[in-house]
Design a protein around this ligand. Sequence first.
Ligand code: C5P
Length: 395
Amino acid sequence: MSLHGKRIILGVTGSIAAYKAVYLLRLLQKAGAEVQVATTPAVEHFVGELSFGALTGKKVFGGLWSENWSEHVALGTWADLLLVAPASANTLAKFAHGLCDNALTAVYLAARCPVMLAPAMDADMYLHPRTRANLERLAADGCTVLPVGQGYLASGLEGPGRMLEPEEILARVEAFFGEKPLSGKRLLLTAGPTREAIDPVRYISNHSTGKMGYALAETARDWGAQVTLVSGPVPLKPPPGVHTIAVESAQDMYDAVHQHAAAQDILILAAAVADYAPAHPASQKIKKQGSELNLELRKTPDILRSLGETRRPDQVLVGFALETSNAEAHARAKLTEKRLDFIVLNTLEDPGAGFGHDTNRITIIGRDGSAESFPLKSKQAVAQDILRKVISLWE
Ligand code: C5P
């Protein structure tokens, strides 16, 4: 009953995903929340008012022109959260511009509580520059904009735009109301690979996808931290509510990290930084000639090591080690050399762990010599284990 005593307005709009709102409503209630449903007129084409009314035991707020003409104001002050799921492109546009021509848009404008939006629409509508701008504006206004899923859409097209599954939305709501063990803390993360230019069209890089670093950024954000994410090129979207700085090379990453490092309480370096970069990147595309080409490589700055040298004693510094042999010994050596509080070890030998997977299996090695091995878990769950370890250092 993680949501016990919480009052939630579930805003439902006219999207094919509205049928999932019925299940979401049940999940919120099972978790202990008291729910009031508010709708836009288009919802009646998808789900009947009776379904929501019967499940909540409350009349759905779907019209502005009843005898309770000020109900939108009363609801706006009653709720602890306005959750709009599904949030259609049309309603998002109205929210972004302050229109209030129906019950839900009026509740939105009158709401004093935080607002969470779960967009749902066709891929082209989601990717349209107008919708992008509206979502950015809503995030800037303080709304929590949930990501969308990828895959088959009701239109038959494939792409982004699916509403997050009700279980995932519930998890976001629970995280929103949950404990914030990192509130007031500033955390800087590095994630993804770096690209080291050979010439204007070629580079040296590696297989890192950034998934582990992004999972850490999202979990830390949910736990209340102010997160700065310095990210190499990855196919992931910047997480909402996280200050994301996009970089390319190890040197760019070094500069961005050092610009922000002094202000941080926690530094977690999860990026797979190239150790060597072409010493003299060519300014023009290198032409094919001869049977061999020798590239002279030069060592890149070791960002983690440089932080170990300059860190304040009250800062927490965490590194990652991806090893293919003699893993624990190598990781222990890095921990000491780079003056870390702990190091997160994963090996490529573990099936399901390392680059590109949604799961990871880690061992956390502490400065005190301790080694704690965790089972294979989702990268989100691994992120929680790592952040719990950070918090334990202050206890
Ligand atoms: O020494 P090694 O590269 O294996 O250490 C890995 C750890 O050091 C990771 O946390 C990685 O993010 C960090 N690192 C770094 N800058 C580099 C190389 C590695 O911050 N140039």
